[in-house]
Structures are given as C-alpha cells and as structure tokens.
Design a binder for this molecule. Sequence first.
Ligand code: CU1
Length: 523
Amino acid sequence: MTHATHLEKKGIIHWMARWIFTTNHKDIGTLYLCLSGLMFFIAGLMAMMIRAQLLKPGMHLFNPNFYNELVTLHGLIMIFGAIMPGFVGLANWMIPLMIGAPDMALPRLNNLSFWLLPFAFTLMLSTLFMAGGGPNFGWSMYAPLSTTFAPPSTDFVIISIHMMGLSSILGGINIIATILNLRAPGMTLMKMPLFVWTWLITAFLLIIAMPVLAGAVTMMLFDRHFGTSFFNAGGGGDPVLYQHIFWFFGHPEVYIMILPGFGIISEVIPTFSRKKLFGYTSMVLAVGAIAFLSYIVWAHHMFTTGMGSGAQLFFMYTTMLIAVPTGIKVFNWVATMFRGALTFETPMLFAISFVILFSIGGFSGLMLAIIPADYQYHETYFVVAHFHYVLVTGALFTIMAGIYYWLPKWTGHYYNETLGQWHFWLTVIAVNVTFFPMHFLGLAGMPRRVSDYALQFADFNFIASIGAFVLGAAQIIFLVNIILTIRGGKKAPSKVWDGAMGLEWTVESPAPYHTFATAPVLD
Ligand code: CU1
C-alpha cells in the first residue's frame, strides 16, 4: 500500500466515524435530512410508478398485487421515512439554536434515534424481494388483510415499524428534555419561537401515539403466530378493534406530520412580511387545542363500520371542532401578512401556497366529516385527494419552506433564487394538476387502491398522471439547488434575511463547527 492510499483510507474511516458516532445536533440533523431526502426519492418513484399504471385504463405495467405493494410502501415510506425524519432533522438543527442550548439534552440517545432508522427502512424495503411479496394491505394495515391473508414478509414490516416507533419515542423524549431543561436564561416558554412550541407539543403526541401503534402491530403479530384472536371474529375477536386502535394512533399521527409545519410557517411569514407574528399566544393555544382534539376524533375514519349513531355524532362534532383552532391559525397568518412589507422569496412562496392549499384540504376534510356524505366518499379518490392536499402542503411544502429558509444559516451560502422560483412554481402547479382532479374522480365513485378503472375515469386519471410526472421531475431542481448551495454560492451573513426586525431567530447561536463550508462563515 502506498503512503497516499493509506492516508486516503484513514480519511474515509475518519469521515465515516464522524457520521456514525456523531452526537452533534447539527450533524444528526443533517443525517436525518439526508435520510428524509433519500426516502422521499424512493417513495416518490413509487408514486410515479402508481401513476404510470393509472395513466390510462387497461395498463398492464405490473400485476395488481405488486401495485398494492407499491401503494402500501409509498404510504409507509412517505410518512415514516420522508416526512417524520424531515421534521426531526429540522428540529435537531434549529431547536438548540432557537432556545440557546449547546446541543440536544441527550446527545447519545439522539445518535441512537437516528441510526435505528436506516436499518428499519432497509428491512422494510427488503420485503419487496421476499417470497410472497411485500406488504399489500395499505399503510393502515387493516386486519384481516394484514393477519390472516398477509404474506410472510409482514412480520418484517412489523419489526421495522417497532424500530421506527422506538426511534420516534426516543426522539420525542429528547426534544421535550431539551426544550424544558436547556433554555437560555430569559427564554421563558412564552418567548419561544413558534417552531419550538409546535415541536414541544408534537413530541408529546409522538410519545402518546407511537406506543399505541406498537401495540396494534404486536397484536397483529400475536394473531399471526401465537394463536390469539384479537382481530379474528372466528375466535371471538373483532377486526373493527384493529381499526379503533390503529386510528387512535393514526389521527394524531396526521398532526405529528403537520404541527411542526405550522411552526415553520409561523417563522417564515413574519420574516418576509417584516412584521411580528400576529396573535402569538392564540397560536400556541390553537396548536395545543388541535393536539388535544386529535385524540378524540379517531373514529371519523370508521363511520361506515356500523357504529351507533351516538358515537358517529360525537366523532362528527369533534372533527368539525378542529376547524376552529385551525381557522384561528389561518386568520393569524393572513393578519401577519396584512399591510406587511411583503417579498416573495422561495420560502415565502411555499408558505403562502401552504396557507391556501392546506385550507382546501381542510375544507374537503370537513366534507368527509359529515356522516351521510362520508358514506358516499368513503374509500374513494375523494379521500386520496383530501389527504394529499393536507399532507403534501402541510408536510412537504412546509419542510421545503424550512429548508430554503434555513439553508443559508446552515451552509453560510444563499441558495440560487432563480432555481428556487422554478422549483416552487413547477411544484405548486404540478401538485394541483395531480391532486385536484382526484376530487372529481372520487365524487364520481372511483375507488382507491385499485390498479385499473372503468372508462369514464380515463380523462382525469390521465391529467393526474401527467401532473405526477412533472411533480417528480421538478424535485431534481430542488436537489441541484441544495447541492450547489452546500458547495458554494453567494455568502450569507448571520442575519440571512436582512435580520427582518430580528425575527429570524431569537438567540444568536455560536458558529456551527460542522458546516459544509471550508472556512468559518458564520459569526
Ligand atoms: Cu383522522
């Protein structure tokens, strides 16, 4: 071995050791964001394969069973692989900086929380190559499809969900410990930036919700292998019990994927409006109210299971009640922009389009909450349209807003604004072209999770598929822009957005010693 290759080898080992053993919140934040990006790519490819199969009626790209595996893994990986790690990555990067903490409270636990995930997702994706195929029962894993009739690989899905759940619970504990214990003197709870507040509440949701999911999949495992009949009517159990347990986790999970996004938007809109956030206290209370309500609405996913009308009415009214705190938040965001000195950089564009498109998703959610109407909409593309409007804007757009907003702080360089604008406009147009026609498909009666459809649905499906391909392609611009920003670009000062009234961060942070830049660029 020559001297040079020896040094090179040492360099690679050092580089690997740094990322594997790191306990630094910025490093771990970066790892989370890289994993999120990779999972977004994989689950996005699956979405485009789904839309290719649905391009026109009678397509035979794959057999219906593989189509179901794609639908299942697209959902599971987007939720647990792309969105949640994306928000946790942003939390790792920004919460210590925003509250003036030197790092997360439990740095080694932080390392473990991250490194559980690559193994969990390798396990989950490997099910595609197992005998009998991957999971084919949808991300909600309803029994008995996931028990009696499921392929053997389901057990590996269960184990990977346990690993992801453990990661989330440990991450939630770490975030709560950090926020409650490591705030700088003077940083009282009601002075914390909204992003920190929303994450504090989200962390409690995680700790309450994830063990419930773990319980549900463990009961699945017992029904599959250990002779129990929790979800088997033949043995005295009830498949509907699975749905109750799953959605007691599943509905709060939706808010786990949205509340941190509310926080990001509450940082971005004031900065680019050059005004203080309107109604800070009501924002905090609204997030708390939404989090509470999210635990008493779960059966709105189950109106058609034959529950009594008293229960149906309870879940209808509590669901509709969520519109009140959500309305308060939308009002406050608009009031913050009102008479502000607005500019429309990429983070602000994503923030404004979030407010508008998320409201559309909110309204279709209200439509779904109306019991008699839900009998018509249930299991149709109307539901698919609804939750993609909520999650693509509430999670994806807000994460993108956050990345554009904070990238200059992280790297010391501005991103390319022209590329950012192209990325935004292509994305926002493509999202609407993809998902808006699904409302019409659902109202016309097209069922979800079916790999082919009747002729009358052809036109809207074709439009939706074209939109999906454009949406996927547009993300290449995002990736290129991020790489260019990491490698160089216009130098950014510590007050990246002209310090807009000191609204960017409440606490000046020490220079990150692990930026990508070669020279220290942040003061
Ligand atoms: Cu729900």
